[in-house]
Design a protein around this ligand. Structure first.
Ligand code: PEP
Ligand code: CO
Length: 465
């Protein structure tokens, strides 16, 4: 289905839109900058810096998401809860890419379907928080809102909202993008060499044999097809990656929103695929106002407190033209809440007659705090929410078209359970996240195998315990 070339009704006729129009709306989760001149100077600099992505990449991704809405692709969206400036390094970036490549290989092979790969990276630096301040031992300071805003250390200096961090965040996003693009273009994503993606610490994983068997099968298939073609097939040598982050810090997003030659309208060029978080999804709020006017595909997180009429209004505001690929709904209900809340919200969207892409985030509804105050997630709950999501969509006649995960390529122990059955005692070994607990490599791969099994195309994947 072609993306319309001409301005859509929403932009042509309806409420006018400008990149700064959100400033007239209530803006939740926004830091207070204490020096307006400094802020303006940074934003002026930012708005002249090169974009991180291009409009044609954004429109291509919209087309791929439109395919996913039609059941012809599956979306794999994953990465850190929050990137940190300190983790903008070779190893962390390459390892995260390896995990996403391996997971997408499992999905492509098992689902017999192309996968759209979207990273929560190259800009996932701003975080919504439950309060504006944090008090420790009688001292109250502004809360940490992600490296794009302030620092995590509990000192007045670190917690000051510093506009210059937006320039540093832009630079680190550009460095991340540059490395990712160079890797995937330069042979790293080559299907002839999936061994490049192996992470040494999982050689002895309980899942390793299964994975290796699958990779061998793919190697045979690649050689067979190239023999038939009589030459190397170029598309086997590279993989597309798109970027996403929560469009939370609106001054930053506004400065990255541009008009481009030979295209109508505005593009947020800070990432291909921004999303609206659960805490900023008010229909009259600044974040929805901002996202309604950009031409990027956008997603909204949908939690258990979402009412049917609220969701219907969001669909109307964000996708008034029922444009293919434009709107993704990422539900994050929790294993205990999905059966109650997802069916009513599916029905609400069905009643609008609009097409959306339904994606499951099985992470954010399953966060719990242990007795010692450590935040964790149980693999069994994550798995359960995901399995229920497939079943609920199948029963409703809709389709689960993707997953949204928090994961890392590092050997962390932040989520409980999985093939190695991590226990509470294991969490102490390598808990590194400053925000939400992430799946480690092994747990991520296990989840990819589970998706294949659950979607009924599991002939090549062993029955998981
Ligand atoms: C997140 O994705 O990190 C997040 C904060 O999600 P949500 O808005 O769904 O809570
Ligand atoms: Co998170």
């Amino acid at each position: 289905m072609a993306i319309p070339e001409r301005p859509l009704r929403a932009v042509r006729d309806a409420r006018p839109w400008q990149p700064d129009g959100w400033q007239a709306r209530p803006a939740a989760q926004m830091p207070t900058y204490d020096d307006p001149d400094e802020l303006q100077s940074v934003l002026a600099q930012l708005s002249r810096l090169p974009p991180l992505v291009t409009s044609w990449e954004i429109l291509t991704l919209k087309q791929l998401l439109a395919d996913a809405q039609q059941g012809r692709r599956f979306l794999l969206q994953g990465g850190d809860c929050a990137e940190s400036f300190a983790d903008c390094n070779n190893e962390v970036i390459a390892n995260r890419l390896k995990v996403l490549l391996q997971m997408s290989l499992v999905l492509i092979h098992g689902l017999r379907m192309p996968v759209v790969r979207v990273g929560r990276f190259a800009g996932q630096y701003a975080k919504p928080r439950s309060g504006d301040t944090e008090t420790i031992d009688g001292v109250t300071l502004p809360v940490y809102r992600g490296d794009l805003v302030n620092g995590p250390e509990f000192t007045p200096e670190a917690r000051r909202a510093d506009p210059v961090r937006m320039l540093r965040g832009h630079a680190r996003s550009a460095m991340t993008m540059n490395f990712v693009r160079a890797l995937v273009d330069g042979g790293f994503a080559d299907l002839h060499h999936p061994e490049y993606w192996n992470l040494s610490w999982v050689e002895h994983s309980p899942l390793a044999t299964e994975y290796r068997r699958m990779v061998d099968g793919i190697g045979d298939a690649v050689r067979f097809m190239e023999t038939l073609a009589g030459e190397p097939i170029a598309s086997f040598q590279r993989a597309e990656f798109y970027t996403s982050h929560e469009a939370l810090l609106l001054p930053y997003e506004q400065a990255m929103t541009r008009q481009v030659p030979r295209q109508w309208g505005w593009f947020d060029l800070s990432a291909h695929f921004p999303w609206i978080g659960m805490r900023t999804a008010a229909t009259d709020g600044a974040h929805v106002e901002f996202c309604r006017g950009i031409r990027n595909p956008v997603a909204v997180k949908v939690g258990p407190s979402m009412q049917a009429d609220h969701l219907q209004e969001l669909v109307e505001i964000l996708d008034p033209d029922d444009e293919p690929g434009r709107l993704t709904l990422i539900h994050r209900m929790g294993a205990g809440g999905i059966a109650q809340h997802l069916p009513r919200l599916i029905e609400a969207v069905k009643a609008t007659g609009r097409r959306v892409l339904w994606v499951c985030d099985p992470m954010h509804g399953n966060t719990e705090k242990l007795g010692n105050g450590v935040k964790t997630r149980r693999f069994a709950s994550i798995r359960s929410e995901l399995e229920q999501a497939f079943d609920i969509h199948a029963a409703a006649g809709t389709r689960l078209g993707g997953v949204h995960l928090e994961l890392t390529g590092e050997d962390v122990t932040e989520c409980l359970g999985g093939a190695r059955d991590l226990s509470e005692a294991d969490l102490a070994r390598a808990y590194k996240s400053t925000v939400d607990p992430r799946l480690n490599y092994e747990q991520s791969l296990e989840l990819a195998m589970l998706i294949v099994r659950k979607s009924g195309r599991a002939e090549s994947v062993r029955d998981l315990p």
